[in-house]
Every structure is written in C-alpha cells, then in structure tokens.
Design a binder for this molecule. Structure first.
Ligand SMILES: [Zn+2]
Length: 93
C-alpha cells in the first residue's frame, strides 16, 4: 500500500449506481504524483459500456459515459458516508 501511495496522489475503485440505484457499474481511477491527469477505467452502470480514458483531474470528480452520456459521480468517501447517515436519519422520522 505504501508503494501505491508513493506513486499516486489519488486512487479509487468504486462501484457506481445506475438511475435505479443498482450498483451495476464500476470506476477505477488513479492520478499519478506530479500529474493533473486522471486515468480512468469504467463500466457504465446504465448501458454496460466499458472504456479506458483520461481526463483533467478536478473536484468534484465525475465520469461521463461516452456511449450513453450517463454521468457517474464519484463523491469523496467522506461526503458519501455523510449522505448515507443523513438518509438513515431521514428514514427514522
Ligand atoms: Zn453508458
């Protein structure tokens, strides 16, 4: 793991959901140290299209399917956890 951290400033491997909320897609991405380019490998949860691509690294980090145009939002893990907590709270009411 320490090796990976030395090479990349950002790494993720995330399940992404389609419009129905099913986690049928995946995004793997990494940004090398000293680079502003994010290397992405994704499988679109909407249409199943998969591709390797690159784009400029910026937050918020989103990946757009080049086949159907579906936008995969890659939230910060921290924000995602917050969201889920909020959701759980809302359900209790
Ligand atoms: Zn797609």
């Amino acid at each position: 793991m320490a090796k990976v951290l030395g090479k990349y400033r950002f790494v993720t491997n995330r399940v992404v959901s389609n419009k129905a909320g099913e986690g049928t897609g995946r995004v793997k991405a990494y940004v090398p140290v000293d680079s502003d380019i994010v290397h992405i490998e994704y499988k679109c949860p909407e249409c199943g299209f998969s591709e390797k691509t690159e784009q400029e690294w910026k937050r918020p980090f989103n990946v757009k399917c080049s086949n159907c145009g579906y936008l995969m939002r890659i939230a910060r893990l921290k924000d995602q956890i917050k969201k889920e907590k909020k959701k759980a709270k809302a359900k209790k009411k």
